[in-house]
Structures are given as C-alpha cells and as structure tokens.
Ligand binder design. Structure first.
Ligand SMILES: *Cc1c(COP(=O)(O)O)cnc(C)c1O
Length: 838
C-alpha cells in the first residue's frame, strides 16, 4: 500500500502501481527527482514512494515545474491506454471479448518476484506485449508469500536456498474490491472445508493480472500456506496450487464478470480451469457435462513447454479422487470418466492422471514453443492418437519471443529509437530490419563498449555485496572492486543449473579454459550465474564446481560466479555480454529465451542447435556448437575449438578505425534479422492469427442457442463411436493411366451416414536417397470422392480419386476419418480406419 500523497501528486500513485515502469522509461526522470538515491538503489517507484519522506513530497507538490512534468507523464499514460493499437487497427471487426492467460508464474520484474525461470519470464513478457499491442487479455496467477528461493553461496562454495517473506502490502499489487466495496474472495471446495482465496490485481499497462491468495485468516494455518512457495512442497501441495489456479482463477473471473472467449493454458498447470469452466457452461446452457465440454474445448488453447514425458505433471488417481468428489458431484459424471480424460488409455485404472494428456484432450488447439519443439511434442503426444501418422498429430508451434523494450539497454534503446522511432514495438515490425542498416559501425561498436562497461560496473557492486555477506576480508573485497576488464571479450552463461543444460562443458578441460582466459593478447572473461533446484544434487554440484573454479589461480580473476540469478542480473548480463553461451542437450531445450535477449542489444549467440537456435541459426548471425550431441566430451571439444579458432580471434580482429568489422557485421545481421522475429510482438501476433481468433469464433458458435451446435457435435461423436468398429473395407481397384492412376475403393459403413466421415487417400512422405530432400518431403493426403452406393450391396459405398503422380499406387492407402465441418480431426475425434484387404 502507498502512503497518502499531497493532492497535487496523486498521479504518482497511478504511475507507481502500473508495472509499465518495468519497460517504459517515460517517468524515470520524475522518480529521479523524487529521490535520486532511492531511485538509483531500487529503480522501483513503488518502494520509492513508500520510503520517501513527507517533507520531500510536500516540497515536490509545491514545485510547479515538477507538477507540470507529472501532468505530461500522466497524459502520455492516458494516451497509451486509450489507443486502438495494433490489434484494434488490424482487427476492427474481431469479436474476442477476452483471452484469459493462466500461468503458475509471472516474471514481470524484480518488484514482483513470482517466477522461477523461463516459463515465468515468458508469461510476464506476454502480458507486457499484450498491453503494447492492445490485445484484450487478462492474466491469472497466484500471489506467493515466499515465491521462489533465493540462492546464497557460502564460504565453501555451496548453494543454500533462502526464502524471503514478501508482504503483499509492500508489493505493487492492489486488493480487488467488489461492487459493494468488499475485498473480493472466491471459494474452492476442499474435502470437509472451503478454501477461501483473496484476489489481488497487478496492473501491467492495460492488462490486469489477477492473483489468488490463500493466506486468509479464516483458512486453517496449513491452507493459508498453499500459496506460499512456488514449486516448493510435494505432490499434494502442487496439486492444491493447481486447483487454486484453475478453479479459483475461473471463479474470480466470473465474479469480476470478465467475459472470456479463450482460455490459454500456459503448461498443463492450469488444466483444472477446464473443469470449472465446463461447470459454468452447464449452468448457463442447462446441458450436461459432455456437450458443455465440447463448447469449452473450442475456447481453449494449450501450450506445452516440456520436451520429455517425465516432465509432465501426473497425479495418482487416489489423490485426485480424494479432492475431486465435490467437483464430480457438480459435474455429474463418474469418477472414472473424469480420470479417463487424463489417461492415455481411459480404461486403464493403473494409469495416473496426466495433466498434459488432460489438457490436450480438452483443447481445440495445442502448440509447442519452437519449430523443433513442435516436432518433439508431436512425437510425445502420439500415443493419444493411435494409428495416426506423426505428421497428423495436432500440435503446431509458435516460437517464443521476448518483450524487447523490457530487455534493451538505455544505449540500444536510443540506437533503435534513432533508427526506428519510439513506437517500434507497438505495431508492424516488418521494417525494423532495414532501419538497423542506417546505424554506422562506429555507433554500434561504441554502444557495445558502453554496455560492457555498465555490466562490469554492476557486476563489481553485486559481487562486493555478495562477498561481504559471505564474510570476505578487506583484501578480497578490494580485489572484487576492480575485477574484470571492460575491454576484454565477455562471455555469459546464465540459466538453471541442471544436467540437461550442461553447465560444466567448459570445466571439462581446465588447462584449455585457463589458456583462453589468460591469453596474453586475446583474453576472455566469463560471467556465470544460475540456481539449482533444492533437490537437484547434480545441479548443485555444478554450482559448487564453478564457484570453486572462480577462486583458483587458473581462473586469473577472469571468471565470476554471480549469486541468485534473477531478472535484474539477467537484465545486466544480456545487455553487456558480447557472447551468450547455451549448451543444452538436444532435444531437451524446448525453446530457451535468454539468448533472444541479447539480440536487441547486439550480443551474439554461441549455442548448441536446439530450441529456438536450431531455427534461427545461420553463420552470419553467430555460432553453432556441433559435435556429437550425445557426448558431452565431444560437445565440449567442439565448443573449445570454436572459441579458440573463431570467436575469440574475430573479436580482436580490428580495422584501421579500431573496430572489429567482421564482428560488427554479425551484430548487425543478428540485430536486424533476428530481433523482430524473436520478439513477443511477433509471438503474440502469431497467437492471434493462428489460434485466438479461430478459437473465439468456434467457441461462440458452439455456445450460441444454448449450445445447439455442441449438442450436435456430441451426438456426432456418439454415433461414430457406435458404428466405427463395424466399418469394413472392400475391394480396391487401380486403373493406371499415363499421368498416374485412378483408384476406387468400397467401404461398408453399417448404418453410418457417409456424411459423417471423410475417405482419404494417404501416402507417406517419399524416402529420397538424398538426405537434403527428405526434409522437404511432405506426406500426401487426397480427399476421395463419394461415387454412391456400391452396386448390389446394402450400406456399402464406393469412393474414387484420380492421382497424378509418378509414384507407385502401392504407396497410397485409403483411410476413413470422422468428418464434421465444425470439428477438428483428429484433435477432437481421433477415430481412424485404414484400408485392409478383406
Ligand atoms: C530469460 C530468463 C530465463 C530463461 O532462460 P533460458 O534461456 O530458458 O535458460 C531464466 N531466468 C531468468 C532470470 C531469465 O531472465
């Protein structure tokens, strides 16, 4: 909560509670004037206003110049909020009322520490970009009292996990009040007790983020702690948090009367919203569970972020059953029916309830987060679509992007502004590439140097603070104040410390590493940061090894491990480093976003070809670490080789003006071509075009007339189910011709109307001897034409198609699949029947 301000300064409250200050610098000069020291220390207007003295506030209120500037900033804010924006301009007729974005974590800035890593940062960036593009989106999440752990390294270089307690009154969030002026609370039924949740809101420009809080005095002490730690506790706590997010989140939106067309599930964590929303639809339409689920599904999008099946959340049936009884009662379905939705084989009672399977079954659209991850995901989810080729598995991809204005530096902000204007991230981004070409080599290089210098200044301060906390002596502290060199090539590696990220590759050959660091003319310096999960002993060992190495003589004071990797540190690093290193073990990196953050700042990527880099890489932009990806030794060798023979020499190769021309050429190409493409701006536009608009239309169509279409679809599903096992294929006749062949096939449908199915002729992608061509090959799928009844037979039909091809007819197989113009196959109905000779 903020103190009472003099009337003339009331607008400061408005500014301080809008997290737009995490990316817009319009008000920076004001805050600087309010209290330069507090501003310099925190860059957090909310904390600043809470700590500034009354006399100072009074003085500012009496200062006409300050009040005038405040007015200007407030007008800028009003204009920002009143825009029609990219979305309004591009889709004036679009009928999306709201998109509800559900996520367990949000990384909006250090001021609101409700994130653990990449997933949260992504969610935060999505809200910010939605605000910039004027997309009608609201966020739903949890208000954590302890959040994620803070990392401390002790004098023996071991990681400790520290939990800080955050008072909501100290955070830039407000309670949400009902029309009657009561603090909004929603209820989730738990066995034998209600769980009360208070609702808070964080303002992110024009986007509201609603946060649920179980710390309510009427809950039991244990229930009060449900929203305490992010990814703390065991399975049961995790389940309860997910129940709060999904069920509580939906109830809060209903209480607030926010009309939602699309629910976007960021990971399976939010899956329980499906059940609560279905219940709302049952009440609204008077329909039973299944047709209501058909309505709901149309308005649901599921984004998966994992690359391995073991990372999906699963719960024992017993745990679900224990908590689900109130839900099951309201939904009027059987327990096994519900559990079946989360199982590969719904009938298999031994299978646990898998949130990914459940989310997939209940969404109209699903996507992975990079091109490669789309492929990986189609493979992972294949088991839900038996007998379908992997290419048909209904998971697309939208590659993640980052909110550039949140990650650029003051130096690159002014470069980009000069080249492309202030509004560059609020609309079309197609022209940005050419804008960067107006900037001279000198300017780019100057900017890089300034950024490296800033980084080193910040690192020194941070490092001194950390060392004093560890009880370091004066000599060590003095040395830390002068550590690193602003003229040396600077490499950054910061990410979660866990085995698949392979943080230890550079430590696999210490003499080679020492030689790089201490090279007499071409030295290298390295910044390392990352937390290991409390229970990840391998990850913790990597932390220890790096922290230990930093102190060894071989490191020559040119490697620093920085504690407590967070948004602030990420911010400093991605702005200042020359090269960003990433070494995941393919195919584990679903996307990775940290490397995108250096693009806007002129940093270059040096990474294994996995996640986003597999689709972005070209040697004009940066480097690909090749080698046998299954072997850490081999990858480590490839990394050293690249550094020694390519990366390091190129940086020091200067032209007559003292500028590394080739290096700058890469910076320019990477900034121009990659930055727009890997922005959250592009990502959200993709979400709108590929999913949100279509989902909203489908949802409204199925909901209209009390769910008439959904009822029809449910019956369609039933009918197909009943007849499908009676389908029988008849003879297949091929008549060759010079251009290919004509194929006819008979099929017996029992009582099923041919209107409900489609018969297709399918051929796998051709196998070419030439590997290059294989990538380009696509399967073929032709719709066969119904000729009519098969002569002299009952319920049998003949289909025909002409195929223009050089391929043999044996490559092609007829198949029957469900068809309805308002349903997606196989996403919503995965029946399939392949031709077999009778
Ligand atoms: C961007 C970011 C991440 C995600 O980075 P990856 O590339 O997925 O490792 C994690 N933590 C912080 C603090 C970040 O800023």
């Amino acid at each position: 909560m903020l103190p009472d301000l003099p009337v003339a300064l009331a607008g400061l409250k408005e500014l301080a509670t809008d997290l737009r200050w995490t990316w817009s610098h319009a008000a920076d000069a004001l805050w600087q004037q309010v209290d330069a020291e507090l501003w310099g220390k925190t860059e957090n207007p909310y904390v600043l206003l809470q700590n500034v003295g009354h006399n100072q506030l009074q003085a500012l209120a009496d200062n006409p110049d300050f009040c005038h500037k405040l007015q200007e900033v407030l007008i800028e804010r009003q204009d920002y909020l009143a825009r029609c924006g990219w979305y309004g301009d591009s889709y004036p007729q679009a009928s999306i009322r709201h998109i509800a974005f559900f996520s367990m974590e949000y990384g909006l800035g250090t001021a609101l520490p409700f994130y653990a890593g990449g997933l949260g940062i992504l969610s935060g960036d999505i809200l910010k970009a939605a605000s910039d593009l004027c997309i009608p989106l609201v966020g739903v999440g949890l208000l954590y009292h302890q959040g994620y752990f803070r990392q401390m390294i002790d004098a023996d270089n071991r990681q400790h996990e520290i939990y800080t307690t955050y008072q909501p009154s100290m955070l830039p969030v407000r309670p949400v009040f009902t029309e009657l002026g009561d603090w909004l609370q929603v209820k989730v039924d738990l066995p034998g007790r209600p769980l009360l949740l208070r609702v808070w809101v964080a303002q992110v420009g024009s986007v509201s983020l609603y946060l649920l809080d179980s710390n309510h005095p009427l809950n039991s002490p244990i229930d009060q702690g449900i929203t305490s730690q992010l990814y703390g506790g065991g399975q049961e706590l995790r389940f309860l948090q997910e129940l709060v997010l999904g069920v509580g989140g939906w109830r809060a939106l209903e209480a607030l009367k926010v009309e939602i067309d699309v629910c976007h599930l960021n990971e399976g964590h939010a899956a329980f919203v499906i059940l609560e929303r279905t219940h709302s639809l049952m009440k609204a339409t008077g329909l039973s569970f299944w047709p209501s689920l058909w309505i709901n599904r149309a308005g649901t999008l599921f984004t998966t972020h994992t690359s391995v099946a073991s990372a999906f959340d699963t719960y024992d049936a017993a745990l679900i059953a224990r908590y689900a009884s109130p839900l099951i009662e309201r939904l009027q379905i059987g327990e096994e029916e519900l559990l079946g939705l989360g199982r590969k084989n719904p009938q298999d009672a031994r299978e646990p309830f898998n949130l990914a399977w459940f989310s997939m079954r209940c969404s109209l659209f699903a996507n992975g987060v990079s091109r490669k991850h789309g492929e990986t995901s189609r493979d992972l989810f294949r088991e839900l679509y038996p007998h379908w080729p992997v290419r048909d598995i209904p998971i697309g991809h939208i590659t993640n992007g980052i909110h550039m204005p949140s990650w650029d530096s003051q130096w690159t902000d002014s470069l980009w502004t000069k080249a492309a204007g202030k509004e560059r991230w609020k609309g079309d981004i197609d022209e940005l590439a050419s804008a960067i070409n107006q900037i001279s080599d000198q300017e780019l290089w100057h900017c890089r140097n300034r950024q490296r210098q800033d980084l080193i200044e910040h690192v020194r301060k941070r490092h001194v603070r950390e060392l004093s906390q560890r009880g370091a002596d004066k000599l060590t502290l003095d040395r830390a104040e002068r550590v690193l060199d602003p003229n040396i090539l600077t490499l950054g590696f910061a990410r979660r410390f866990t085995e698949y990220k392979r943080p230890g590759l550079l430590l696999m050959d210490l003499s080679r590493l020492a030689a790089l660091l201490n090279h007499p003319v071409h030295p290298l310096q390295i910044l390392i940061a990352g937390k290991a999960h409390a229970r990840d002993s391998a990850g913790k060992a990597f932390v220890h090894d790096w922290a230990q190495f930093c102190q060894s003589p071989a490191a020559g004071n040119r490697v620093i491990f920085l504690e407590d990797y967070d948004i602030t540190l990420a911010h400093d690093m991605v702005q200042g480093v020359d090269v960003w290193l990433n070494t995941p073990k393919p195919p584990w990196e679903a996307c990775g976003t940290s490397g995108m953050k250096v693009l806007v700042n002129g940093g270059l990527n040096l990474s294994v070809l996995d996640g986003w880099w597999a689709q972005a890489y070209d040697n004009q932009y940066g480097w690909a670490i090749c080698g046998d990806s299954d072997s850490d030794e081999d990858t480590s060798r490839a990394l050293f080789e690249l550094l020694e023979t390519d990366v390091v020499p190129l940086f020091y190769q200067r032209n007559s003006a003292g500028v590394p021309g080739e290096w700058i050429a890469r910076i320019r190409a990477s900034m121009a071509d990659l930055t727009p493409h890997f922005s959250s701006n592009r990502m959200l536009r993709d979400y709108i075009d590929q999913y949100y608009l279509k989902a909203a239309v489908a949802y409204q169509a199925r909901l209209a007339n009390r769910g008439q279409l959904a009822t029809e679809l449910r019956e369609w599903e039933h009918t197909l189910q009943r007849y499908w096992c009676e389908l029988r294929w008849g003879a297949k006749r091929v008549v060759p011709n010079p251009a290919g062949f004509t194929l006819e096939v008979d099929i017996y449908l029992d009582g099923l109307s041919p209107d409900l199915i489609e018969v297709q002729l399918y051929a796998d992608a051709q196998i070419y001897a030439d590997v290059q061509q294989k990538d380009a090959a696509e399967p073929e799928c032709l719709i066969m034409k119904l000729l009519g009844y098969k002569r002299g037979a009952i319920d049998s039909y003949t289909y025909r198609t002409e195929v223009l091809t050089a391929r043999p007819s044996d490559d092609y197989t007829p198949r029957a699949i469900p068809f309805h113009e308002h349903a997606l196959t196989p996403q919503e109905n995965c029946l399939i029947s392949w031709w077999q000779s009778a």
